[in-house]
Write a protein that binds this ligand. Structure first.
Ligand code: OAD
Length: 241
């Protein structure tokens, strides 16, 4: 078996008590979910995701935002977890402790078998009341679904630009980043905070896995320039030997 994963990184993983993995849209790219900063396809190509994923855009035209999110639910509902997602689920069985933090809202980590995933930006398949913040499963099929409790508009249960990450998710990920011995940053452009600030909190060994090394990579211990669906299974195969 050829090996692209540096021996020093494997050694750090073999010695680790606690591994923290942060993932972004790139880990789902090989499943066919477009990354956030790619141009959108078809109907939605005239919009930038950054202009639709805001509370202001929802208030201006909730039906438009719901059409976009139903389209996104359709895209994600038709894809499967890829070898990168499955390798992270497998890694949890190989190291003593693993915390998985994701910026993705697609639920593919859970579908790949990962447990206790910290979803920093929420979940695409949940609805949240715009007025009172309560979470509800699925939507009722109206153009703009309504809250069964207060009758107000429901919105997708995700974190939008300009909104804060829910405190419990943020606290749990900061605690894991501070406690871990090895931090893997996978498929994220490392541009959006607070996720981008999680690595390098405590002197942990930090490795990035991304075919396009990010601006933070120079400060990391390792930058593995490859697709997560190739590099992660290889890394876990070597560890499990
Ligand atoms: P981005 O779309 O910003 O970045 C995706 C990263 O994945 C890029 O650096 C790509 O080079 C990399 N990539 C592409 N294919 C890959 C592959 N096969 N394997 C590994 N990496 C690959 O996505 P995020 O960093 O997740 O926030 O973006 C973070 C947040 O910005 C999103 O959660 C979203 C967005 O604004 C909100 O919606 C609040």
């Amino acid at each position: 078996m050829s090996r692209e994963v540096p021996e020093r990184l494997l050694a750090a993983l073999r010695d680790a008590r606690h591994v923290c993995v942060l993932t972004g849209a790139g880990v789902s790219a090989e499943s066919g979910v477009p990354t956030f900063r790619e141009a959108q396809e078809g109907l939605w190509s005239k919009y930038r995701a950054e202009d639709l994923a805001t509370p202001e855009a929802f208030l201006a035209d909730p039906a438009l935002i719901w059409r976009w999110y139903r389209w996104r639910r359709g895209v994600v509902g038709n894809v499967e977890p890829n070898p990168g997602h499955r390798a992270i689920a497998r890694l949890a069985g190989v190291v003593p402790r693993l915390t998985l933090v994701t910026q993705n809202v697609d639920g593919l980590h859970r579908r790949a078998g990962s447990r206790d995933v910290i979803e920093l930006h929420g979940n695409l398949f949940e609805d949240r009341c715009f007025a009172d913040g309560t979470l509800h499963a699925g939507d009722d099929g109206l153009d703009v679904p309504t809250c069964p409790d207060c009758g107000g508009h429901l919105r997708p249960g995700v974190v939008w630009f300009g909104e804060a990450v829910p405190e419990p998710a943020l606290d749990a990920s900061c605690a894991a980043a501070a406690d871990c011995d090895v931090f893997l940053s996978v498929g994220t452009s490392s541009l959006v905070y607070p996720a981008a600030g999680l690595a390098k909190q405590n002197g942990a060994v930090v490795a990035e896995i991304n075919p396009n090394p990010t601006s933070q990579a120079a400060g990391f211990d390792f930058a593995l320039a490859g697709n997560s669906g190739i590099v992660l299974p290889e890394l876990v195969d070597w560890l499990a030997l």
